[in-house]
Design a protein around this ligand. Structure first.
Ligand code: M6R
Length: 608
């Protein structure tokens, strides 16, 4: 989604803003712009539709030595992607960049048109800029004008605002859209995403909702919604440059697939011990007694995070009797008239920690007094800060829009939570030990899949890359695996692919099967093997192009069979998922797609 950068200091602002925008590219965007100002109040505003490289071309002929400015990558909400709709917007004396949505922008527009404002773009942001400008005319400071305008606004925002007559400050504010301020000697950096700050400073302030601040060369002055001074809490930024570079891989996606053994070790570190049968997530802020009393677990997320919760939910059900799992898609749950039973805990699953729908569910559940625990990757993100307790999955920066390593570690983290529940409730020790042993073995098992299957999957991808439709099927834990496999393929290859429970095929989806489609069938050699095999026979009988991903040595009739040899039993779906990740990646490459920034998608969906 949209990204914000800002800088005030003594270095070249254009260079710093452009470097920041490049770091934000992974989030997905359709246009970009920067504005810098010099001491004589002369501004240079440059905007371009398309990639940041287009903006770079414009800058090449307009290089200046300004030391203050703001920049933006836009993902269109109001108005088509175009130069005219790109930020920063300039209106009156005001320059503004904005992430989020101003819901009452049409009402405000009518008021402002009566004050003779004429708008050049279709954006809600320009209207907010005009509102600030109209108040600035009667205010002593920009802070006062911005603060007054924000009181009239309904919606979500992260903003950075400058006035043409003051190159000494940038006003920032946040409500529902992240904003981070990095501080160093004589300079301040502004970003909506920590990756833009890496390499500049590791001292950061995560702004809270309702806060507004003035950035100058002396640092950040921060105020709460009632204009009281807030003591800004400076934290250490944990991201390093290595983690946001491709390190020799062609794409971030491939790098992140291959990082999984290590990222998983980071997730597991200190949380399980096969020797003692220990499984514990620090930071949950929940006692053993409270765990014992839990009867219902809501697991909430969007997209891949939702599927991770679905798969881990199966594991919790297997591990613990007497606990009911309620999986919810956040964008649905937030508008449902849902009932929360007594003794419920909610797991809020999000890689970015900023997903708007997931955050809305968290707010509602907290309002109802439900204990909410985060399963989050991005340190310091809004969800991580708002939950009652939780676990960081610790996979490091996930740059590619398609989520891979976060999925694996989300499943594992929630499963460890299930193990804690099982232990607190005195559930079967043998099963708990089996899971802990498998979790411990999982990084090596994933390495084995990556080392032994990559070539075979690449060839397969070549063969199937020209199809336009695909169906993914599985039973039990392989059903969420099928959903995730289909999502991965569709989002980066643009092949229409849908996941189904194998048992559902006969209830409709089998009608789809024809020569233009291929089917990915996950089959595990367990108590459901025969049933899954029957499904395979049924689709073969209808002329399917079946690809089976399996751990069995038994003979299976299919167009292609990928055999994953493993000693795992419970966590095998996570190995099959690695095969699907590789498959989706290679199909997307063969089709010539933008693997890391697929069309229309954004890494962090901060608006509804
Ligand atoms: O940051 P989150 O985990 O909350 O994001 C949720 C989804 O937007 C995300 O998983 C999305 O589905 C990915 N593009 C999937 O690869």
């Amino acid at each position: 989604m949209c990204g914000i950068v800002g800088y005030i200091g003594n270095k070249n602002a254009q260079n710093i803003l452009m470097a920041g925008l490049k770091r934000l590219e992974y989030r997905g965007y359709d246009s970009a712009g920067i504005m810098t100002l010099d001491e004589k109040e002369k501004s240079v505003l440059l905007r371009a539709k398309g990639k940041v490289s287009e903006l770079e071309k414009r800058i090449n002929g307009n290089k200046v030595e300004h030391t203050v400015g703001i920049g933006h990558t836009r993902w269109a909400t109001h108005g088509e992607p175009s130069k005219r709709n790109a930020h920063p917007h300039a209106i009156g004396d005001i320059y503004i960049v904005h992430n989020g949505i101003i819901e009452n922008y049409q009402d405000l527009k009518l008021i402002l048109e009566q004050r003779d404002y004429v708008f050049k773009s279709d954006t809600d942001t320009e209207i907010l800029g005009a509102l600030i400008d109209s108040l600035y005319k009667q205010s002593e400071t920009l802070l006062e004008a911005v603060s007054g305008a924000l009181q009239m606004v309904v919606g979500a925002y992260g903003i950075a605002v400058m006035s043409a007559d003051n190159p000494e400050e940038i006003v920032v504010a946040r409500q529902g859209s992240p904003l981070i301020v990095g501080v160093d000697e004589g300079e301040v950096f502004i970003a909506s995403d920590a990756s833009a700050l890496v390499g500049h400073t590791d001292k950061v302030i995560y702004m809270h909702d309702g806060e507004i601040g003035v950035c100058s060369r002396d640092g950040l002055e921060l105020y709460d919604g009632d204009s009281h001074v807030v003591r800004a809490q400076v934290e250490k930024l944990e991201l390093d440059v290595q983690s946001i570079q491709k390190n020799g891989y062609d794409h971030f996606l491939l790098k992140e697939i291959y990082e999984q053994p290590d990222s998983l070790r980071a997730t597991l570190s200190g949380r399980i011990d096969p020797k003692t049968g220990y499984a514990k997530l620090g930071g949950l802020n929940v006692s053993d007694e409270q765990l014992r009393d839990i009867e219902h677990v809501f697991i909430i997320g969007c997209g891949t995070a939702y599927y991770a919760g679905l798969l881990a939910g199966y594991y919790i059900e297997k591990l613990v009797d007497g606990v009911t799992i309620h999986n919810h898609i956040a964008s649905e749950l937030r508008y449902r008239s849902f009932h929360v039973p007594e003794s419920t805990v909610a797991l809020i699953v999000s890689q970015s920690g900023e997903t708007a729908d997931t955050l809305a569910c968290l707010t509602e559940l907290k309002r109802r007094g439900v204990t909410c625990l985060g399963v989050v990757n991005a340190v310091g993100s809004t969800i991580a800060r708002e939950v009652d307790g939780g676990v960081y999955v610790h996979v490091g920066a996930e740059i590619s829009v398609a989520s891979t390593k976060a999925f694996t570690s989300q499943v594992v983290s929630i499963t460890i939570f299930g193990l804690m529940l099982a232990q607190a409730k005195g559930a079967g020790l043998q099963l708990i030990d089996e899971y802990i042993e498998e979790l411990d073995a999982l990084p090596k098992e994933i390495t084995k899949v990556l080392e032994t299957k990559a070539g075979e999957v690449k060839k397969l991808a070549k063969k199937y890359a020209s199809y336009d439709h695909a169906v993914f099927t599985g039973r039990d834990t392989l059903y969420p695996t099928a959903l995730e496999g289909a999502l991965k393929l569709k989002e980066i290859s643009y092949i229409q692919s849908e996941g189904y429970a194998s048992g559902e095929l006969k209830h409709g989806p089998i009608a789809l099967i024809d020569d233009r489609m291929f089917e990915v069938c996950y089959i595990q050699d367990n108590w459901l093997y025969e049933k899954s095999q029957s499904n395979l026979i049924e689709i073969n009988a209808r002329g399917a192009h079946a690809i089976v991903i399996t751990d069995t040595d038994k003979r299976l009739s299919a167009e292609a069979v990928v055999r994953v040899s493993t000693r795992l039993r419970h966590l095998t779906p996570l190995l099959f998922n690695v095969v699907s990740q590789l498959f989706a990646y290679h199909v997307a490459v063969v089709r010539g797609n933008d693997v890391d920034q697929p069309r229309n998608l954004a890494k962090s969906v901060t608006v509804e």
